[in-house]
Design a binder for this molecule. Structure first.
Ligand code: SF4
Length: 322
C-alpha cells in the first residue's frame, strides 16, 4: 500500500476545502480540466462559492468543518500575494494545524518558495507534459529541493498521460507521487478526440487506457493512484456530509450521499396547523420532514413534493411529486 500525504488523508475524509485562487494560467495543457466558466478568469472560489471578501472563505471553511485547504487554479503563483494572504488568514483563524497544500504547474523561484515557507505544508508540482522526458534538466529538481529544505512536504501530482515513466528519476527527490486518472471534461473533449482517446465507460469521466499508461510506475511505494470515481463520489460525498451535519434543518434527512431530503406543501392561504419547531413557512409554502408530509398532509389541498438537494441550499438533485 502506498503511504499517503496528510493532505490526501484529509481529502479522503472530505475535510479539505478547495480554494480555487485564480482561473488564469500561463500554460495551455491540452488536457486541462478547468470548466469554461472559470478558465482564464481571475476569480477565486472557496469550494463553489465565489469569494468576494475574506469572510466568504472563513464561512465556507466553517460550514464544512474544514481541517485543511487545497489551493488550486489556474496557476496559484501568478497571484503569490493572494496565496500568502489566504494562507495567513486560514492559519491565523484556524491555527497552524489547518493543513494547506498547493498545486503549481511551474517551478517557482526560491524567493516565492521562501515567501510561503511556514504557511504551506505540502507543495504539489505538476511539470508540463512536454518536458517530462528531460525533467532532470529542467528547473523542477531545483524547486523541489528548495521546497524540501524549507520543511514542506513535496509531491509530484500529474494526470495519467502516455510517457509518465519518464518522471521516475525524480522519485528520490520526493515525499509522494500522485497520479490523477486522466479526466474527460467539456473543455478538453475536442483535444481528447483529436488524440483518438475516448471515455472508459458511459458512467464516469475517466479516459480509456489511462490506467494502463501508469502500470509500471504504480508499483513504486511513493505512488498513489487517484481515480476519477474517487474524486466524483467519495471525496465529494464526504465533504457534503460534513456540510450537511453543520447546516441541515432539524426536519431534513441527511442521506448516505450527503444530500438532504425534505417535503414541501404549497398551500397558499390554506395554511394547515403547523408546528414551528419542526416546520418552516416561507410565503405560501411549508417545508417539513418528508415523512410528515406523506403521512399527515397527503389529503391537504395544495401541491406536494419531496426535494433532495445538496446541503446548505445547494443544487437540487431531484424533485418527486406526490
Ligand atoms: S497547468 Fe493546470 S491549470 Fe494550467 S493549463 Fe495546465 S492543467 Fe490547466
Amino acid at each position: 500500500m502506498p503511504v499517503l500525504s496528510k493532505g490526501c488523508r484529509l481529502c479522503f475524509r472530505g475535510a479539505k476545502m478547495v480554494l480555487f485562487i485564480t482561473g488564469r494560467c500561463g500554460r495551455s495543457c491540452w488536457y486541462c480540466p478547468i470548466s469554461s466558466e472559470r478558465k482564464g478568469k481571475d476569480t477565486a472560489y472557496a469550494n463553489d462559492r465565489e469569494i468576494r471578501c475574506d469572510e466568504d472563505v472563513l464561512d465556507e471553511a466553517r460550514i464544512m468543518s474544514a481541517l485543511g485547504t487545497g489551493i488550486t487554479g489556474g496557476e496559484p503563483f501568478l497571484v503569490p500575494e493572494r496565496v500568502v494572504h489566504y494562507c495567513r488568514l486560514l492559519k491565523g483563524t484556524f491555527g497552524d494545524g489547518h493543513h494547506i497544500h498547493i498545486y503549481t504547474g511551474i517551478a517557482p523561484g526560491n524567493d516565492v518558495l521562501d515567501a510561503i515557507a511556514g504557511l504551506v505544508d505540502e507543495i504539489r508540482f505538476h511539470p508540463p507534459h512536454e518536458i517530462w522526458p528531460d525533467i532532470m534538466e529542467s528547473t523542477f529538481p531545483r524547486a523541489i529541493r528548495h521546497a524540501r529544505s524549507l520543511g514542506m512536504e513535496v509531491t509530484v501530482e500529474v494526470p495519467s498521460l502516455p510517457g509518465i515513466d519518464a518522471l521516475e528519476p525524480l522519485m528520490d527527490e520526493l515525499d509522494f507521487f500522485n497520479i490523477n486518472e486522466l479526466e474527460w471534461s467539456e473543455t478538453n473533449a475536442h483535444e481528447m478526440r483529436m488524440r483518438g482517446l475516448d471515455l472508459e465507460d458511459c458512467y464516469h469521466n475517466a479516459v480509456g487506457g489511462a490506467e494502463d499508461w501508469t502500470r509500471e510506475l504504480r508499483r513504486h511505494e511513493k505512488v498513489h493512484w487517484c481515480t476519477s470515481t474517487f474524486k466524483d463520489s467519495i471525496q465529494l460525498r464526504e465533504r457534503l456530509k460534513r456540510i450537511a451535519e453543520n447546516t441541515a434543518r432539524s426536519f431534513e434527512e441527511i442521506t448516505d450521499d450527503g444530500t438532504v431530503i425534505y417535503g414541501v406543501l404549497e398551500c397558499g392561504a390554506d395554511m394547515p396547523d403547523i408546528d414551528p419547531e419542526t416546520m418552516e413557512v416561507t410565503g405560501g409554502r411549508v417545508e417539513m420532514a418528508w415523512w410528515v408530509l406523506t403521512d399527515d398532509f397527503r389529503d391537504h389541498p395544495g401541491k406536494k413534493y419531496v426535494v433532495e438537494r445538496y446541503p446548505n441550499n445547494g443544487m437540487i438533485v431531484e424533485v418527486i411529486p406526490l
